[in-house]
Design a protein around this ligand. Structure first.
Ligand code: PLP
Ligand code: COI
Length: 366
């Protein structure tokens, strides 16, 4: 690679008309999820033989793309999602951003795309936060959602890895992911569709995985459910994950399990953090396969007492009801369970700087 972050400085492009403080305050008072954006974005280009170049920070806005750009035809695209928080002492903090940088490159490897040096990934975030730090909403559940992504913009219709890519970083002030504000979410089990097959791209954070989840997700919503849960593509028996979240199961004897990283689910950073926090609670925690039949039987017998989904956007969200073809059951009381609440408070407390971070997970900026 010709360039590294050490040799790249972000060239600043002045914003002609940044959002006024008053208009920004209106957005931050009720940010929603994914609809409002900050004033700036970072852009870096990659060309074969040249490496990363032309790093800029400037006004967020439309980008030029050749109609033959490879991403529009063969979906060479990856992304990440992480949040910036305003800590009580006024500093800006990120949660395990190095883990997102590493996963970004793991996704890049799977999609035959170039790696982005970790310093460049982190440097881009720092540069954007220096400009748009005023867009971090405050208050319970609020944060600035950061969306780094990369796509093939070479104009070429042959099927092979592109020789030209663009990395962009945008940011969006965010409140709760689930609009309903319900105490627990309901889940529809998809029997017609799967999300990822062994050997596929399930462990990569690429746009194509989400495109494939839209029809089953829409079917779940049509039936009145919040989310779809996918089963494994081979036996159609083992619980994998939701379209954008991992799952945990809590049993009456204190045992906790989550599906293993088999290559078909996304290795969630929230999942990994919760595994550690749950182990610190002295619980017996395992990464273990769990079948849909056991899920139903254990919920009905009372052996399964809690279930929760987790991810950057969804944080920790209790699952209350599960239904599918020929099944319908409630977990525990159908509302948030005790352990779910406890680990959610612990995790968000660390992320928000309200609980000491003994893991070195929080990265602060002044
Ligand atoms: N699974 C999928 C498919 C996701 O899109 C996400 C969200 O990024 C997760 C799991 C949770 O991952 P993380 O905790 O790193 O946000
Ligand atoms: C995230 O939690 O960051 C996700 O990517 C989930 C969803 C918004 C795609």
């Amino acid at each position: 690679m010709a360039n590294t972050a050490d040799t790249i400085a972000f060239r600043e492009i002045a914003h002609p008309a940044p959002t006024s403080d008053a208009d920004r305050a209106v957005v931050l008072a009720n940010p929603g999820f994914g609809t409002a954006f900050t004033d700036h974005m970072v852009s870096v280009d990659w060309t074969e033989g040249k490496g990363w170049h032309d790093a800029t920070i400037g006004p967020r806005g439309p980008i030029m793309l050749d109609p033959a750009a490879a991403v529009l035809h063969y979906a060479q695209e990856i992304f990440e999602g992480l949040k910036a928080y305003r800590h009580p002492d006024g500093t800006t903090a990120l949660f395990r951003p190095e883990a997102n940088a590493r996963r970004f490159n793991a996704s890049a490897d799977r999609l035959a795309m170039p790696n982005l040096p970790e310093e460049l990934f982190l440097g881009a975030i720092e540069a954007l936060l220096a400009k748009d730090g005023g867009w971090i909403p405050e208050g319970a559940g609020a944060s600035l959602y950061l969306r780094p992504f990369m796509f093939a913009n070479e104009a070429f219709l042959g099927v092979r890895p592109a020789k030209q890519y663009k990395f962009l970083l945008i940011a969006s002030p965010a409140g709760n992911y689930f609009k309903s504000g319900a105490p627990a979410v309901s889940i529809w089990v998809s029997s017609d569709y799967t999300r990822a097959a062994p050997g596929g791209t399930g462990a990569a954070k690429c746009g194509g995985n989400y495109a494939a989840s839209l029809v089953p997700q829409a079917a779940a919503i049509e039936r009145g459910f919040d989310q779809v849960v996918f089963l494994d593509a081979v036996e159609r028996k083992w619980i994998e994950e939701l379209g954008g979240m991992n799952l945990f199961f809590v049993f009456d004897d204190g045992r906790v399990i989550t599906p293993p990283l088999s290559g078909t689910i996304l290795p969630g950073i929230t999942r990994d953090s919760l595994l550690e926090l749950l182990r610190e609670e002295g619980l017996d925690v395992a990464e273990e396969r769990y079948s849909i039949a056991d899920w139903e039987a254990d919920a009905k017998s009372g052996k399964l007492v809690e279930c929760f989904a987790c991810g950057t956007a969804a944080v920790v969200t209790p699952v209350g009801r599960v239904a599918g073809r020929d099944l319908d059951f409630t977990i525990g009381t159908g509302g948030p369970g005790q352990l779910t609440g406890k680990v959610k408070d612990k995790l968000t407390g660390i992320q928000r700087g309200e609980i000491a971070d003994s893991h070195g997970w929080v990265k602060r900026f002044d």
